[in-house]
Design a protein around this ligand. Sequence first.
Ligand code: SAM
Ligand code: SF4
Length: 317
Amino acid sequence: MIDPYGRNITYLRLSVTELCDLRCRYCMPAEGVCKKRHEDMLTEDEMVAAVKAAARLGITKIRVTGGEPLVKPNILSICRRVSHVQGIRETVLTTNALRLKELALPLKEAGVRRVNISLDTLDADKYAYITRRGRLEDALAGIGVALSAGFDKVKINAVLIGGFNDSEVPALAELTRVWPVDVRFIELMPMPGNESFGAEAYMPCSEVLKKLPDAVPEEGHDGVARLYRLPGALGNVGLISPLSSHFCAECNRIRLTADGHLKPCLHSAEEICIKGLDEEGVLDAMKKAIAMKPRQHGALSEKEKSLSARAMNRVGG
Ligand code: SAM
Ligand code: SF4
């Protein structure tokens, strides 16, 4: 479906849970989230009905996200059913990788074509600090298994945090020469719940390029990422700049939260609830959500926070 500003909406980000086995400081409160009542969350059947409605409106790509999608007990069934919906050409998934050791191959068999893995640092102590509880070795083991599972592509996403991992930009980018992966740097977004980051944490992606003097621009782009390549690399370095140059003009997505709210824009408080609706009801709600997509979101900075009513773990990135 085409939105009021001429953008063709082809991509749904489907959050399957708010829960997570990590507590990344920029995403989630230290105490985690209150587990909601089961009946307040979308059921698997409701998620599948929503994807069917989305496909009827021309959506072809589903990203399964969370919270951490791999803590969801029925994640394989969700992926299998979603990937088989008529009209859905690509089912992809974003994960912290901790459970990929066991789940990479079953996910591939369930129809997941690509995985994006979040990894902000290659230092075990810093990993434990930023995630508040994770072990780097578990994430690396998950990445290793994902690389041999036969996905079309594995991408590594690092949130760029000034004063925390900016010194690791060369080491993270170097992974593209060691593994057949793309490494993408994402500017830290000021979301509800991550107010403790100071101005220095909001580093523009242009700083990444200063640290990678050998990086050469690549033709085209990958979704919202501008692409570069290091000499001899097996994959690209991508820069995703929601703050320094937002990509609203090319926005082709809507989001569905695990508690059943359609979000026309990541950084707006507007939501439409679909909990309890059948496929026809969701179809109407989705048309409304697409029609409500704003031309662009407001400025984002340490001082001008996202207007989203939700922390990132409750949206899905
Ligand atoms: N748990 C999965 C993971 O971490 O990959 C999926 C959900 S997570 C909310 C999706 C993505 O959002 C991750 O790549 C994460 O790094 C990113 N993210 C979370 N909070 C963010 C923020 N404040 N700014 C930029 N990216 C953020
Ligand atoms: Fe969990 Fe992903 Fe948020 Fe980290 S970024 S707390 S892994 S949902």
